[in-house]
Write a protein that binds this ligand. Sequence first.
Ligand code: HXC
Length: 511
Amino acid sequence: MRLEDKFKQFEERNKLAEYGGGKERIERQHKAGRKTSRERIKDLLDPETFVEVDKFVTHRATDFGMEKNKILGDGVVAGYGKIDGRLVYVFAQDFTVFGGTLSRANADKIIKIMDLALKMGAPVIGLNDSGGARIQEGVESLAGYADIFYRNTIVSGVIPQISAVLGPCAGGAVYSPAITDFILMVKNTSYMFVTGPEVIKTVTHEEVTMEDLGGAMTHNSKSGVAHFIAEDDEIAMMMIRELLSFIPSNNMEDPPIKPCTDDINREDESLQTVVPDDPNKPYDMKEIITTVVDENNFFEVMPYFAQNIIIGFARMGGRPVGIVANQPAILAGVLDINSAIKGARFVRFCDAFNIPLVTFVDVPGFLPGTAQEFGGIIKHGAKLLYAFAEATVPKITIITRKAYGGAYDVMSSKHIGADVNFAYPTAEIAVMGPEGAVNIIFRDKLNEKDKKQAVEEYKRTFASPYKAAALGYIDEIIYPKQTRYKIIQALDMTQNKAQSLPPKKHGNIPL
Ligand code: HXC
């Protein structure tokens, strides 16, 4: 073969590989409102930075006539590139090739880039669009999945792992994302389920649509499996880029600092009146958060699930922080099973990746009721307590209003290792609210008038930050308008915090 023919052959193979499952299937993908794997990677990465590996890999299956049906790349596009100039590894399942299903050969492609990512200390981004295990490959495909799950687990907490679910993902295609740090889904075009509607109908006789069973909103609001929802594939890629801007490339690095153009001394008069006079009146904690962070930019995580707790990323003085906050506007900001789980996982992520925690507290306590008790609020609530206690990153806490009972202890209190604890003058720190306390202490011993008086006395004595401040549990009582500057000052003071836990294999968080 002449040299130019060799080059021509190379060019043709390249084209063929890039064509995936062919024109018709690509059109079907577009018609369904989804992009192809290559289009997604292009949207995700900085221009011209993608380096593809294993473009010519094919499967090695021979059953069911598969030996006659080989497509270059075998249903996964894999490689590395840059986001904001930082190295990332990416794999994108190609639904146009065997439904993006996992073969032994394409599992090896994913494994190769995961191993590289671990060695180089860079994030892995998985763009999932797959029917799960490739049925024709049987146990080889299951082995491929297990190899990926194993790596997902081993690299967890070492390099960030982000999953976008961008199509109908079934079976094994959902368990790898489930082990990763964040899952992003797209409205109306992405689905996740272990078994689909047909299987469910056969086994349990339930009739459920794909959307209700495993659509983006189901997993963002009901199951809490997913963390983000995007309008379309392109916006999903932009969201991943933004998410990564808050996160270091690995657990040995600090999160990336951005030059801060927002005045760090900024005082916000509006904050003075955010917390209402009436302690039973709700207000929106997000107002405080967005007011105090750089450029009012709060990147909320899981905005539709367990809305009584707020979690997300922001920058303060240019430094990324993880924010955890009770939301008095929803269920009075009470802690329940879902909010505890949501908060705990986020706290652990931030701690694993050196992201300081800023906690805003307005919590009346844990949610009472049989549903919560039978559901295991004891062990689930303990997750949040455990996560805050074991976190060794800088921890800064601001009590805006209520901090009652066990929830006071849980929400990054001084006692479980917070470094700086602030309270607004409106804070109420006690075992429980005044009415409840008086009812228990005096039970039926007081008439209505005396009860009222006792409540007033309790309010005077306990419903304030001063008892806690007198004991040194609160370091400083601050005006709400000073919040931004005070937090930035505390972050500055705790910048070089070095705390290590006693040597152990790992703790035993109540799962
Ligand atoms: C091989 C598969 C496949 C699979 C889909 N295809 N799933 N090929 N193995 N698991 C192929 C189809 O034959 C088709 O090929 C192409 O992918 C597109 O599939 P369609 O069905 O036409 O697409 P759509 O209507 O959009 O439906 C997508 C789907 C559905 C919802 C994913 O295909 C489906 O339910 N597939 C089965 C899902 C499943 O049960 N997977 C196994 C899970 S068990 P052509 O050639 O026509 O384009 C598992 C084990 C691991 O994953 C567990 C570890 C914990």
